[in-house]
Design a protein around this ligand. Structure first.
Ligand SMILES: NC(=O)c1ccc[n+]([C@@H]2O[C@H](COP(=O)([O-])OP(=O)(O)OC[C@H]3O[C@@H](n4cnc5c(N)ncnc54)[C@H](O)[C@@H]3O)[C@@H](O)[C@H]2O)c1
Length: 270
């Protein structure tokens, strides 16, 4: 069901790899709500993933960009402006990758070259995207930008590894750039802190299945799905949330505010 919440709006969606990706679901939802979009991902992900299938469904061009490469980002914003004949109204940053997690390195034994790369891809990239957007004046007045994060930026989750620190940086960039872009152009910037979700990035974390079940039991409303995350993000791109900025918004069924649930107590009782 569509409410035409994004009718006439234009946006860029970063990070749709396959059908499980949060960005994939968000792209479909944005288009269903009346938006026109440009899809982007790293060239290697475009080759290995299924983004062209999504592009057909969304009638959207795919413009490759490695978010750690400023030339790629310049090209993305220039081509997007050309495509739409002007700026965009929303951007989704749905990008995360930990090299140390991939290599199986424990948090107490990190490789710092890998960590540099992980920070660049997963947090600094948000600054790079926003700085490039400002440079090209590519986001329209009252535009909305959302990046995805996880509660491990606030609470310790051992297997989330270096990504906990990196998500904390992402959330900080959201506040710092939210101030700048708000003052300059009334552009709002927020993070959505999503429940654990079975995607390629999520499944890279060891013990993820068990954690998803634990989180389901620890959330009064249960885990939020990727589809529900897409719907929430659409609301943040819509005109109904124009005064919300520089926030980290928990989309997690209440997990972040729950100390313990009956279900967990029962499971722990002898
Ligand atoms: N899955 C979860 O449990 C969960 C929970 C909370 C937040 N998140 C966040 O949601 C976001 C999306 O992840 P997802 O779960 O949909 O997984 P996903 O693996 O489908 O998406 C991650 C995307 O990042 C892209 N990417 C990686 N390196 C890149 C680069 N150099 N340049 C451009 N793009 C690059 C990948 O190609 C992929 O499309 C991430 O920020 C993730 O941390 C995920």
């Amino acid at each position: 069901m569509s409410h035409n919440l994004l009718k006439g709006k234009k946006g860029i969606i970063f990070g749709a790899l396959d059908e499980k990706s949060i960005a994939w679901k968000t792209a479909l939802r944005c288009v269903a709500e009346g938006a026109e979009i440009v899809l982007t991902n790293a060239p290697v992900a475009i080759r290995m993933g299924e983004i062209n299938k999504l592009a057909e469904q969304c009638k959207a061009p795919v413009i490759g960009a490695d978010v750690t490469n400023m030339d790629d980002l310049d090209n993305l914003f220039l081509k997007t402006k050309e495509h739409f004949g002007g700026g965009v109204d929303f951007i989704l940053h749905s990008i995360g990758m930990s090299v140390n997690v991939r290599k199986g390195n424990d948090y107490t034994n990190l490789n710092y070259d890998y960590m540099h790369k992980s920070v660049d891809i997963s947090a600094m990239s948000f600054h790079r995207v926003l700085q490039t957007a400002i440079k090209h004046d590519a986001i329209n007045e009252w535009g909305s930008v959302v990046a995805l994060t996880f509660i491990a930026a606030h609470l310790a989750f051992p297997n989330y590894n270096e990504m906990a620190d990196i998500k904390a940086m992402l959330e900080s960039i959201t506040r710092s750039f939210g101030y700048q872009y708000g003052m300059k152009k009334n552009v709002r910037i927020n993070t959505v802190s999503q429940s654990p979700t079975m995607t390629t990035a999520g499944q890279g974390i060891s013990g993820f299945d068990g954690f998803v079940s634990f989180s389901e039991k620890m959330s009064p409303l249960g885990n939020a799905t990727a589809d529900q995350c897409a719907e929430f993000t659409v609301s943040l791109f819509s005109d109904y949330t124009r005064m919300v900025t520089m926030q980290n918004l928990f989309h997690d069924g209440g997990f972040s505010s729950t100390g313990v649930t009956e279900a967990v107590i029962q499971q722990m009782s002898k």
